[in-house]
Design a protein around this ligand. Structure first.
Ligand SMILES: NC(=O)c1ccc[n+]([C@@H]2O[C@H](COP(=O)([O-])OP(=O)(O)OC[C@H]3O[C@@H](n4cnc5c(N)ncnc54)[C@H](OP(=O)(O)O)[C@@H]3O)[C@@H](O)[C@H]2O)c1
Length: 272
């Protein structure tokens, strides 16, 4: 299937590792040149070389902390300069789950940590979109893809839930504001997704419980286990990337303001 993405240009915020890196690779395989942005330039440079080597696309690493407007504006300007325009923005710059001091019972919440989480995930996405939109409007075609998360639908994590829910509202509102400019805005709710950090997390739990990492994972996805899903296995970052590539593609041109859930069928609620 021709996704219509060859020759398009992108910024993947949070593209140095995890879900953002998988999306960057997925887009590059479809012929997209891009900037990947995050705070650590060494990690970005390594990822950029790896993706460029595998795909032959132009992958430019740019250090940027999305918690600052000036830094984001400068990053987007530099991206447009390096790529000759901008068609696609992926917002995946944020630590998964939220700060330990912002996710628990209300009496444990540290205001500054909660606001830091929100500043990164929600305001970071807003800052990147605000800077990117004029370039998409100039091209008359654009895609904004916000990586949110299933915590939005699961009570329990105050910071993680609030940031993710707010991104859904952001997605829908921007979709209404930008549709007539040829720009679609959509959101993805990953569930628990295997990234570079997963092996370490499983290993730590395995050591604590005196079993192997494979056994920890099998228990998580057993029938009836609290973390399980309909597929009975963890979702890979590349599978989330496949959905993002679809949302960026010409095949998804009629879809905007929507939310897709590549989470293996996690949760019991019926959404309509
Ligand atoms: N993995 C999951 O199971 C899962 C599940 C549901 C939702 N999600 C969501 O998916 C998104 C990505 O998660 P992930 O698992 O891919 O995380 P990850 O592996 O930790 O990657 C996060 C990326 O964001 C960058 N980043 C973090 N803070 C930043 C900042 N202030 N400015 C610029 N870049 C920043 C990181 O690089 P630097 O540290 O170098 O800046 C890195 O490139 C998050 O919003 C997360 O909540 C993930």
């Amino acid at each position: 299937m021709d996704t219509g993405l060859t020759g398009k240009t992108a910024i993947v915020a949070g593209g140095s590792r995890g879900i953002g890196k998988a999306i960057a690779l997925g887009l590059a395989r479809e012929g997209v040149d891009m900037v990947i942005a995050a705070r650590n330039l060494d990690a970005l440079s390594q990822t950029a070389s790896q993706i460029a080597k595998e795909t032959g696309q132009k992958i430019v690493p740019l250090a940027c902390d999305v918690t600052g407007r000036a830094a984001v504006d400068a990053m987007v300007d530099a991206a447009v300069e390096a790529l000759g325009g901008l068609n696609i923005l992926v917002n995946s710059a944020s630590l998964p789950g939220g700060s330990p001091n912002a996710v628990g019972r209300i009496e444990t919440i540290v205001d500054a940590d909660f606001l830091d989480d929100f500043d990164t995930k929600y305001m970071g996405a807003l800052r990147c979109a605000r800077a990117a939109i004029p370039h998409m409007q100039a091209a008359g075609w654009g895609r904004i893809i916000n990586i949110s998360g299933g915590n939005a639908r699961t009570p329990g994590n105050l910071s993680g839930g609030a940031r993710n829910t707010s991104l859904v509202h952001f997605t829908r509102t921007l979709a209404l504001q930008l549709g007539r400019d040829g720009i679609t805005v959509n959101c993805i709710h990953p569930g628990a997704t295997r990234t570079e950090r997963t092996a370490g997390v499983l290993a730590a739990r395995a050591q604590k419980d005196g079993i192997t990492p494979a056994e920890v994972e099998a228990l998580d996805y057993a029938v009836g286990a609290p973390r399980t899903n309909a597929l009975g296995r963890m979702v890979e970052a590349s599978e989330v990337a496949d959905v993002a590539v679809f949302l960026a593609s010409s095949q998804a041109g009629a879809m905007t303001g929507e939310l897709l859930n590549p989470n293996g069928g996690a949760g019991n609620a019926v959404y309509y």
